[in-house]
Unconditional design. Structure first.
Length: 260
C-alpha cells in the first residue's frame, strides 16, 4: 500500500473541487507566460553549441516543476535507476504532457524521438532541432524509420540516451494502444539495451485536460532488456514488463487520491 505523508494529505485536502480548477487555471497561465519568456531568451542559444540549449531546456523544466509544486501541489518521485554507463534507449509510457516537460530532468541530454509537427512550431521547433531531438514524420513510412535510426545513431555517437514513446501518442491510464515498430527498429539496429519506464502521470494530469490534480507522480525505471532478442520476442517482453508496472503505479496513484 502506498505511503501518503500527513503533509501531502493536508495539502491535498485544501485542493478539492473548485480549488483544483482554479489552481489549474493559474498554473496554465503561468506555464504559457514562463514558456513565452524562455523561448525569447532562447534565441541567442540557436547560434551557440547545443549543450547550452539543453541547459536552457532544463532550466525551463525546473521552472515548470516549481509552478506545479507551488500552484497545483503536484510533485514527483523516481524509482529504480537508469543504467550506468549510459547511453541506452528509454521506452517511456506516455500518459500526459508531464513526461515531455520532465525528460531532461530525468535523463540529462536525452535525444527524444518526437513527431515532426512539433519541430514545425516557430521558434519552439527550432530549439528542439538545435538541441538534438529526433524528428519523426509519422506519415513517412520507410523513410521515417530510416530517419529515426539515423537520429538514434547520431545520439549514441554523442553519448546521450534516446527516449521514445512506443505507443506514439498520449494514452489514458485505462487504455492500451499497440506499440509502434520504431522502438523495435532502434533496439535491433543500435544494439543497445532498452529500459522500460513506467509512470502514472495521467492520473494527475490527464490527456487533453487543463485540470491538474495535486499529488505525487511516480516514474519507475525498470530493468533493461539486453540486446539480442528477435523483434517479436522483444516487443512481447517490453509490453510484459511495462504494462503491469504501469497498472500497479496507476492503482497506487488512485489509492493516493482516495486517501486524501
Amino acid at each position: 500500500m502506498s505511503h501518503v505523508s500527513s503533509s501531502d494529505r493536508a495539502a491535498r485536502s485544501e485542493l478539492s473541487g473548485p480549488a483544483i480548477v482554479a489552481r489549474s487555471c493559474v498554473f496554465n497561465v503561468c506555464l504559457w507566460l514562463w514558456t513565452a519568456v524562455m523561448l525569447i531568451v532562447a534565441l541567442p542559444w540557436l547560434v551557440l553549441p547545443p549543450r547550452l540549449m539543453l541547459a536552457h531546456s532544463r532550466f525551463w523544466m525546473r521552472g515548470v516543476h516549481l509552478l506545479l509544486a507551488h500552484i497545483v501541489g503536484l510533485q514527483h518521485e523516481v524509482r529504480g535507476q537508469a543504467p550506468d554507463p549510459n547511453p541506452a534507449i528509454f521506452a517511456f509510457k506516455h500518459q500526459s504532457a508531464w513526461e515531455t516537460l520532465s525528460v531532461h530532468l530525468l535523463l540529462d541530454g536525452a535525444a527524444i524521438a518526437l513527431k515532426r509537427e512539433l519541430t514545425q512550431i516557430p521558434l519552439f521547433g527550432w530549439c528542439l532541432l538545435h538541441a538534438g531531438m529526433i524528428r519523426i514524420d509519422r506519415a513517412g513510412g520507410t523513410r521515417a524509420m530510416r530517419g529515426l535510426i539515423e537520429g538514434g545513431r547520431a545520439a549514441l555517437a554523442r553519448g546521450v540516451p534516446i527516449v521514445i514513446f512506443p505507443e506514439g501518442t498520449r494514452v489514458a491510464p485505462d487504455e492500451h494502444h499497440p506499440y509502434h515498430p520504431g522502438v523495435a527498429a532502434l533496439y535491433r539496429h543500435l544494439d543497445c539495451p532498452v529500459v522500460p519506464v513506467a509512470l502514472n502521470s495521467g492520473v494527475f494530469w490527464a490527456r487533453r485536460s487543463f485540470v491538474k490534480r495535486p499529488g505525487r507522480i511516480v516514474v519507475e525505471f525498470l530493468p533493461p532488456i539486453e540486446p539480442g532478442l528477435e523483434r517479436k520476442a522483444f516487443m512481447a517482453e517490453l509490453e510484459r514488463r511495462l504494462e503491469p508496472a504501469t497498472e500497479r503505479l496507476v492503482a497506487e496513484a488512485r489509492r493516493q487520491i482516495g486517501a486524501a
